[in-house]
Ligand binder design. Structure first.
Ligand code: 3UK
Length: 500
């Protein structure tokens, strides 16, 4: 995929090298607080950060932690770090102080770049730069040559906890980003310089990093950045004022936007040509409702921090509701049974992916790396089935699926049936036991309209018994105001398990 892994290659040059800027330098790279920032300006900002990093003594192989809201400074600090051959450590700004310190410590970062209020989560003994957006540091950056790196030089670390809790550093090389551009962006997004992309998922998340940095900046398009919380009101305002053509979000955000629109608020989608969903399965109901409400579909695709971005995706004009789509060019997928044997067509199996954007391994966790990456294949932890046309259907995380009457229940499948009920906004299904101590399914339900009473419970139980085989239909219902989610938008089913 990437030609010449051994040749000089640096991500900074890929995005902001002199040759490239002589062509596209005046074009807008970033829309920030209503103002355009050109590629040339972004280069100046990156030169400035290069200077600051060198003053702090940062050099090849050093870790530079970035704990910033989405902003031009985030992108400039990231590109300056990789330019120096150092490793950018991207930190989720929503984490508690304790988790933040864990990452600072685990990564061995030498420097932290942060801003209020996140700076309160930094470690006292760590060299720190606190960004003050209102007061510009006026040091002109002279920039410098990029460090001598290749496609295989470490470039950045992303921490992922999946949906289960423990934080692992996922190491990516310089080549990972161009590979995701060539595989996913070129084939699925097909961006042009006219495109204005906007992602409600942040830059520190692999999804957001691709959406708001790799793809628009690799194609000479522009990105709309925002540091405010992406509530439906805020997103509606961004649609109205910034006219994005491509929008990226997680399913919970699409669901919230639909609710917002149904409540009578205006949502101007007229500038959009493409809506992308990832992070967890997009329920068919959300896909269908969006299509009905706005006249165009949402492309669901599955990605992971380990593969950096999306490797199975729907395509325009071929999207299938309830499916993650087909394998993206440049990737290979296989489904295996418990013993690693390939499953027969149409049968569920554990999903493994191979491709050049795969992580080089988990930071300080050689044993986990060895278990997860085998012969270039990366284990995703997901259970999927694939139909004869090559469409993949998500059955669940292997650790979320459970057995009732000895048969496997997929929470995702049951939840997608539940949300078709007119009273239900969202649902999460977990294992439980009945009065007799037998395994059963319990549904946690967020009600959109109607009463949270016994009559509603009875109606939902009857609804599921009509539509699902007996063992899959939950026998227990609990109402909840909001589902527990990770800050990247995934339902934390384990937190709803009894005793969990
Ligand atoms: C789940 C999905 C069903 C799946 C990500 C786009 O989510 C991303 O990365 P994470 O490391 O989580 C990976 C896991 O999330 N998942 C993601 N997308 C889907 N399940 N349908 C989907 N469409 O369990 C996967 O193993 O946080 C998403 C791009 C880059 C990413 N890192």
């Amino acid at each position: 995929m990437m030609r010449g892994d051994e040749a000089h290659f640096n991500l900074f040059d890929y995005f902001l090298g002199d040759k490239r800027l002589s062509r596209i330098g005046d074009a807008t790279a970033i829309h920030w607080r209503g103002e355009p920032i050109s590629y040339n300006r972004l280069r100046e900002e990156t030169d400035h950060w290069t200077e600051r990093l060198s003053r702090e003594g940062i050099s090849e192989g050093d870790g530079v932690a970035i704990l910033l809201a989405d902003s031009p400074e985030f992108i400039a600090a990231f590109l300056a770090t990789v330019r120096a051959g150092a490793i950018a450590v991207l930190i989720n700004t929503f984490l508690a102080a304790e988790e933040t310190r864990f990452i600072l410590n685990d990564s061995g970062a030498r420097l932290l770049i942060t801003e209020p209020p996140m700076n309160s989560k930094s470690a006292a003994d760590l060299q720190t730069i606190i960004v003050d957006r209102e007061k510009k540091d006026s040091t002109a950056g002279r920039g410098s040559e990029s460090a001598i790196t290749t496609g295989r030089t470490p470039a950045f670390l992303l921490y992922t906890s999946g949906s289960t809790g423990v934080s692992k550093g996922v190491l990516h090389l310089h080549r990972s980003i161009p590979v995701t551009v060539e595989n996913y962006s070129r084939h699925i997004l097909r961006l042009t310089p006219e495109d204005r992309v906007y992602s409600s998922s942040r830059l520190f998340f692999a999804y957001g990093l691709g959406n708001s940095l790799s793809f628009p900046l690799a194609e000479g398009s522009s990105v709309i950045l925002d540091s405010e919380r992406p509530t439906p009101q805020r997103i509606a305002r961004m649609f109205e004022e910034e006219s994005p053509s491509v929008f990226f979000a997680v399913p919970a955000v699409y669901n919230a936007l639909l609710e917002f629109h149904r409540a009578g608020n205006s949502l101007n989608v007229s500038s959009l040509r493409l809506c992308i969903s990832a992070g967890e399965a997009l329920p068919s109901r959300v896909f269908e409702d969006w299509k009905q409400e706005f006249g165009f579909g949402i492309l669901d695709g599955i990605g992971s921090t380990e593969m950096l971005h999306i490797f199975i995706s729907n395509r325009e004009g071929e999207a299938v509701a309830g499916s993650s789509g087909k394998v993206v060019e440049g990737y290979e997928a296989k489904l295996t049974g418990d013993a690693g044997e390939p499953v027969t067509e149409g049968e569920p199996g554990g999903l493994w992916i191979r491709g050049e954007s795969a992580t080089a391994g988990y930071w300080n966790l050689a044993d986990v790396t060895e278990r997860t990456i085998q012969g270039g294949w990366v284990k995703t932890g997901d259970v999927y089935r694939c139909d004869e046309q090559g469409y993949f259907f998500h059955i669940g995380r292997s650790d979320d699926c459970f057995k009732v009457s000895g048969l496997w229940v997929s929470p995702v499948e049951v939840e997608s049936v539940l949300v078709e009920h007119e009273a239900v906004s969202e649902a999460a299904v977990v294992p439980s036991v009945d009065e007799a101590g037998l395994a059963t399914a319990r549904a946690w339900v967020v009600i959109r309209k109607g009463e949270e009473d016994e009559a509603m419970k009875e109606s939902l139980l009857a609804y599921m018994r009509e539509r699902l085989p007996r063992y899959k239909a939950p026998s227990q219902i609990e109402f909840i105001r909001e589902l527990p989610r990770t800050s990247t938008g995934k339902v934390q089913r384990f937190r709803l398990r009894t005793g969990g």
